[in-house]
Design a protein around this ligand. Sequence first.
Ligand SMILES: [Zn+2]
Length: 623
Amino acid sequence: MNRFLLTVFCVACFVSCKSTQQTEAVQPAKTASKQAPLKPSKVNGPRLTSYWQQHVDYTMDIDMDVNTYQYKGTQKLVYTNNSPDVLNKVFYHLYPNAFQPGSEMDVRSQNIPDADGRVKDRIGKLKPNEIGYIKVNSLKQNGTTIEHETVGTVLEVQLAKPIQPGESVTFDMVFDAQVPVQIRRSGRNNKEGVALSMTQWYPKLAEYDYEGWHADPYIGREFYGVWGDFDVALHIDKNYVVGGTGYLQNPNEVGYGYETGTVKRPNSDKLTWHFKAPNVHDFTWAADPEYKHDTMQVPNGPLLHFLYKSNMPKDKLENWKNLQPKSVELMQFYSDHIGKYPYDQYSIIQGGDGGMEYAMCTLILGEGNFEGLFGVTAHEMAHSWFQFLLATNELTNYWMDEGFTQYFGKWAEDKINGISFEKSTKQTYDVYTYYVKSGTEQPLTTQADRFHLNRSSSISAYYKGYIFLNQLAYIIGQENLETTIKEYFNNWAFKHPNRVDFIRIAEKVSGLELEWYLTDWTGTTNTIDYGVKSVEGNTITLERIGLMPMPIDVSVTYTDGTTQDFYIPLQMMRGEKPTTATTLNDWAWAYPTYSFKTPKTVKSVTIDPKQMMADIDRENNKR
Ligand SMILES: [Zn+2]
């Protein structure tokens, strides 16, 4: 809905601007009404639509060889085109191909000035039996073989027959693949000895949405997928324990802590693990012969699974035990503050190369200290809401998943640890200010792979994204922010929201106009700097030094020792936040200064006493 309104506005503006230009430059004004009607478009289908999303159901059968790290797979997709467009082609991601010498990920890592220490030049040194790959042996559309070409990490597919709006088609694929040596996120034998971290490991259909295809190459940053149901049968050495996305369908044939009754394993070298995951946009698993598997029930919530190496030192094993009740608290915090976790299962699995969020699970490193283990769990679990359920595009709106996750992850972590969240927030603002002063800032809307520096990408997404929410609480009030988050979840869980969808919810909750905030904070590197220009008797004059507009909270101490809080709404907000402060007249942005009179003689003035505004120079906020 929100997108519909936005698009109408943009297209209307474009057309009227264009015709005005023609009128002025080419024709006398009086002939303007005789302008020829627009030619019929060659592009079929309506340009303007309300929200829709594609759907795909996966059925996969995977045969894993734990000695060669190779696997063979068959994949059946039932793909439904819910778009208003006729599709002539489709794209798949073949993410494991990134782990080959000369890949875009390899070359980018060797050219960026601050390469990720996990990647550096390691991909370039992989031997043929250490690389990752997916080789597509055959691909059929409704039984007919179709043309396909592997181009780096993307499979380009020319369809035999276009897919009409509303139509479902079946794609059958047979593929061979190899698990790379662990470099980034997925791989074999990670640094803590976990055998298989299987993330982004299968041919994954690219998403098609209102912006068109998202067949992005895998260069460094993250993912975007099509919602649907997964049915995965995995055949693997009988000594391996598996954790991951999806509910195990045959727990009593498997055991290993999943059983619900007597375990009866078939007499074979391999076990079949049959998983089903409803309504997800990714499927991840990890496996190791030394995994210990514990579970803990969240009251009124999911069953938590913990899979970690049983041969860790004793104190590390203790950390994993202590993590379990705290993970219950985390799950409760997020369910209370964002929206109820909708699946019956969530798994915290030792694996990968740090911490990374996936469907119904996370893969994290597991041998650090307890503080780190709990911190990374808090962060990754929060991602179940921000990016998983509220499935923003991680390449184009990287800040929405990392920033929101960082904010809620820190909030939950600090709350459960009984320490001040304000301190984490202050540190976050300090990092942002440092970033601004470094001169390397790029707008938050920069595509996540297109930052000059990895550091810029991270500070933008994690820190400036975090401040986006905390500062929004300053603009609309804390209660309105909390309601906004819940309404965002209610409206957009299991969908693909974007930044406009989010701010429209905040506008509806608060009754305030907020497009200016979204535009300046996310689309530009404009900064906030307000200052106290002068205090003369009982007249205070403030000034706006930075380009970015903001409403202003001011605290005044009088010579008699009393204090008074004032609130100056920003005119373009067309309203005020709920406040107990004395509300003054609006400040319209273009005016560089603003004066007001106080009832008593002023001793001192402070702008934004709670320091919620990311003012890059706080020196001039006091007088
Ligand atoms: Zn994250």
